[in-house]
Design a protein around this ligand. Structure first.
Ligand SMILES: [Zn+2]
Length: 465
């Protein structure tokens, strides 16, 4: 049961629905299986399309970064130092310079930006790549949430001014918002991270946080304003219109596909298993022939009718499949409900006779009938399903907001959601708060400090993954 034991439910569904296999013999590294990988690819395609429409060029950089390049930006390397996997040997011989498995690609990409960017006419330059990155996590690893190899898309940009860089950040926020809310039907808030929690080397970090069913927040994407920190050490200079040399203004950003998948599974899922939004579902419609074995002829007619429905749906670009296996229909219902297929079609003798189809929605369990000739309207049902999932997710998300005046009140709501409170700006007080929860953001409005009571700013805190 999801409510009683979320963690157990989560691990079980990852295995049962063939999302991933956790038994690979390296801790924190997973095998992605068909159901999970399909969903990741759907979100990847959608995101890449949006990025390329907004002027990003696709690229693919090597997985290895030489140590002198990784170490160029001192804050950046300090932030990742303890998590880097190093390649030190080629065969039996030690390498002259060790090579890092990318923990993120700012340094390797900006090394090349410095060669590509000469003039203001080369800017803005925006690139993106979907790759795996490697971080030796010392914290407890969790499948899809915290691993030592994870899949993401990372975007990188260079601009002629801070204003343009900030405009890009706003555009990326919209693109990620589209991916998370419209495509995956999930809710989120963007939190500007406090100084100590920024991406190493960034001027500002904006994080997309969602709320998991156990009341913990999950950071699913980040967008960073890098200022000129990297362009100065990587010599990314351009000639302005009046012939002066200037350093470029940069931003970088990325959503984690694994974490998005974890949120998708956890937030929409129920006691029967996955509940998938139609846009990401590997199978959108499962057709189950109801065979009574009265006569061979009748069974064949029903199977033919099921096939006809499948072909019709496929011609409409709908991912449809007929389950003509030997199991009892009830067992098939159970299986495909667990896999989260958005729509089930039941096809029996009565349906065949009147050229109708009985349909059952995974998200509501509601059954209704549709005429064969109306199958073109399935997309409309899909969008109703997506709307419903989006609404439900938003409702749960909104129920997870609390206010706390004191540290005790923060503790009372810990693990229930996102708590709004206050902080005076002193390090001591932040440490006391962070002993029990994470400070997701520090805002501008005035709220008294939850620890010492003096005047302060509004903060959002939560227990987070
Ligand atoms: Zn204080």
């Amino acid at each position: 049961m999801k409510k009683q034991n979320f963690s157990e439910w989560y691990h079980q569904i990852l295995e049962d629905a063939e999302i991933i296999d956790m038994r690979y013999p390296i801790k924190g590294m997973l095998v992605y299986r068909k159901w999970g990988l399909f969903i990741i690819r759907q979100m990847q395609r959608h995101l890449e399309k949006l990025l390329e429409e907004s002027g990003h060029e696709p690229c693919l950089f090597p997985v290895l970064i030489p140590d002198d390049i990784l170490g160029k930006e001192t804050e950046h390397i300090a932030g990742f130092e303890e998590q880097v996997f190093w390649v030190t040997h080629a065969g039996v011989n030690p390498l002259e310079r060790r090579l890092a498995l990318r923990p993120t690609s700012e340094t390797s990409i900006y090394e090349m930006f410095s060669l590509w960017i000469r003039s203001h006419s080369d800017l803005p330059l925006k690139v993106h790549q979907s790759v795996a990155v490697y971080r030796y996590e010392t914290k407890h690893t969790r499948p899809l949430i915290r691993g030592r190899e994870f899949l993401w898309n990372e975007g990188h940009s260079a601009h002629t001014s801070l204003k343009d860089a900030k405009e890009n950040i706003e555009e990326i926020k919209k693109i990620y918002g589209d991916l998370i809310r419209e495509f995956l039907c999930l809710s989120f808030r963007i939190n500007k991270r406090p100084e100590w929690d920024r991406f190493p080397g960034a001027v500002d970090t904006f994080a997309f946080d969602t709320l998991m069913p156990d009341g913990k927040t999950l950071q699913i994407a980040t967008v960073h304003n890098l200022g000129q920190n990297f362009s100065k050490v990587f010599d990314i200079e351009f000639e302005t219109e009046d012939g002066k040399k200037e350093h470029a203004w940069q931003t970088s950003y990325g959503p984690s596909f694994g974490r998005l998948l974890a949120a998708l599974i956890s937030i929409h899922g129920d006691d029967k298993g996955l509940v998938l939004p139609p846009k990401v579902a590997p199978i959108q419609v499962i057709i189950i022939p109801i065979l009574f074995k009265k006569t061979e002829k009748e069974n064949k007619d029903i199977l033919d009718y099921a096939k006809e429905i499948e072909n019709k749906l496929r011609s409409l670009d709908i991912r449809a499949q007929t389950d003509s296996g030997e199991e009892h229909p009830g067992a098939k219902y159970y299986h495909w409900e667990m896999k989260g297929v958005p729509l089930r079609m039941e096809v029996g003798p009565r349906d065949l006779k009147s050229r109708v189809i009985t349909i059952a929605r995974r998200d509501t369990g509601k059954r209704s009938e549709i005429k064969f000739d109306d199958l073109g309207e399935i997309e409309k049902i899909f969008s109703e399903i997506s709307d419903n999932l989006r609404k439900k997710a938003e409702k749960k998300f909104r129920e997870g907001f609390f206010k706390a005046k004191t540290l005790e009140e923060i503790k009372d709501h810990l693990g229930e959601g996102i708590i709004t409170s206050g902080w005076c700006g002193k390090k001591d007080c932040a440490e006391k708060i962070e002993d029990v929860a994470s400070i997701l953001s520090v805002g501008d409005s005035s709220v008294r400090c939850s620890v010492c009571g003096s005047s302060g700013k509004e903060i959002r805190v939560a227990k987070s993954y």
